[in-house]
Design a protein around this ligand. Structure first.
Ligand SMILES: Cc1cc2nc3c(=O)[nH]c(=O)nc-3n(C[C@H](O)[C@H](O)[C@H](O)COP(=O)(O)OP(=O)(O)OC[C@H]3O[C@@H](n4cnc5c(N)ncnc54)[C@H](O)[C@@H]3O)c2cc1C
Length: 379
């Protein structure tokens, strides 16, 4: 087991205090929210059980436009203009209408974190009562609370969301050294009956993994099999559950974002840009509350409506996720061949990007003057 960077022993001094905003979770979603609050005058606390960028759980592939929009290009490792799709019947190369990049998780998180002016503490979040967040280092309070804690959604009251019964996919990958020019996926029942395998090169390492839409299918053996097939050693494992169904974006006074709100896209399991997309929007809503332009109740409802407006897109992706594995192998082959035609690839990938497109400008609005009398605009 790797030793994660966090505060230990005597460093774990008691935490207490009141803040304007508490953001629980310092990965893609939480850090995107925090950046939008920069210069707002709000006192913001970010909590995570580990130091920033400490625990990568992703192959870290993203449309390059998102890295550019957020000024995170320095974390990029490799860029791809093509997607290579392998099936038992052959290999197709899809020429993409935009490029994907892989990035370094630690570097990206640190860059994103440098864009906020929040306080950060390592603490394990255990739950909430009212405006109080309970952590293993003590209680902190705020009228505006964000759960960006991943699929466990710790601050929700419906604590019974557990694999394998919940709508969660299973993902595992290994990170051997080595290089490759291709971004590749495998749709092949040899690796997984419903899901896909992947190889995402990142300059000097390859992220090789398998994701199963069915949480009951264990992917360890077939991840090793795929690594063996690529003649790479199965080393440096990482994995996680991946939500494939939207959940309520708000509950009581809590805002949920990223995997905690089921923002990862079904079928492709792309959850980084959606965590950014909804995180930026949530940050803007909270900023409006801080500025006194919105009440908390108004922000809860506006953010909830914004997320709900995307529900049908997630529903269609989930339908495709359920349908594709059921197609007989021959039909799959024809679909993949037809889907590989350049015009169709460009059309479909543009629509796909349009579910959570990179913003033209992701700069937060100009900082409003801090007005403590109007902070926070509860209810
Ligand atoms: C193997 C694998 C590969 C993937 N590859 C890709 C990919 O290439 N591209 C893509 O777009 N998506 C990918 N995904 C999906 C993507 O990783 C997630 O959708 C994304 O990480 C969601 O971001 P998030 O910020 O919501 O949650 P997370 O990244 O899960 O972050 C949650 C944060 O909360 C912290 N936390 C959790 N519990 C507590 C607690 N109790 N107290 C304090 N802190 C806590 C964690 O330490 C973490 O920092 C992959 C997923 C897996 C499993």
């Amino acid at each position: 087991m790797p030793k994660r960077e966090t505060k230990r022993g005597g460093e774990r001094t008691p935490l207490s205090g009141s803040y304007d905003v508490i953001i629980c979770g310092a990965s893609f979603a939480g850090l995107a929210v925090a950046r939008q609050l920069r210069g707002s005058g709000a006192r913001v606390l970010i909590l995570d059980r580990y130091e920033i960028g400490e625990r990568q759980t992703s192959a870290c592939g993203i449309p390059t436009g998102w890295l550019e929009a957020l000024g995170l290009e320095a974390s990029a490792r490799q860029e791809f203009a093509e997607l290579v799709v392998h099936t038992p019947h052959g290999t197709s190369r899809y020429d993409l209408p935009f490029t994907f990049s892989t990035f370094d998780y630690r570097e990206l998180c640190r860059l994103l974190h440098s864009q906020n002016d929040a306080e950060f503490e390592t603490a394990k979040v255990n739950g909430r009562s009212g405006e109080t967040v309970h952590t293993d280092r003590g209680d902190v309070t705020a009228p505006l609370i964000v759960d960006a804690l991943g699929w466990r959604r710790i601050l929700a009251s419906d604590g019974g969301y557990q694999p394998p019964d919940a709508p969660l996919s299973r993902g595992l990958e290994v990170h051997p050294g080595g290089d490759s020019d291709d971004l590749e996926i495998w749709i092949d029942r040899r690796y997984v009956p419903a899901g896909y395998g992947w190889s995402f090169p990142a300059r000097d390492e390859q992220r090789i993994g398998v994701g199963s839409f069915d949480p009951r299918f264990h992917v360890k053996d077939t991840t090793v099999l795929l690594a063996d097939d690529l003649e790479r050693p199965p080393v440096r494992y990482q994995g996680n559950w991946i939500p494939h169904k939207l959940r309520d974006a708000t509950e009581d006074i809590v805002f949920f974002v990223g995997d905690s709100a089921g923002h990862c896209l079904p079928l492709t399991a792309e959850g980084i840009r959606t965590a950014f997309y909804f995180g930026l929007r949530l940050g803007d809503e909270l900023r409006a509350v801080v500025a006194g332009h919105r009440t908390r109740a108004g922000a809860l409802s506006a953010y909830g409506e914004f997320v709900d407006g995307h529900e049908w897109k997630f529903r269609w992706m989930l339908r495709a996720q359920r349908l594709v594995p059921k197609l007989p192998a021959r039909v799959q082959r024809v679909v993949i061949w037809l889907a590989g035609r350049r015009r169709f690839v460009h059309w479909s990938f543009r629509h796909y990007l349009g579910i959570a497109p990179p913003p033209e400008s992701a700069s937060p609005a100009p900082a409003p003057r801090r007005d403590p009398e109007r902070l926070p605009a509860a209810a």
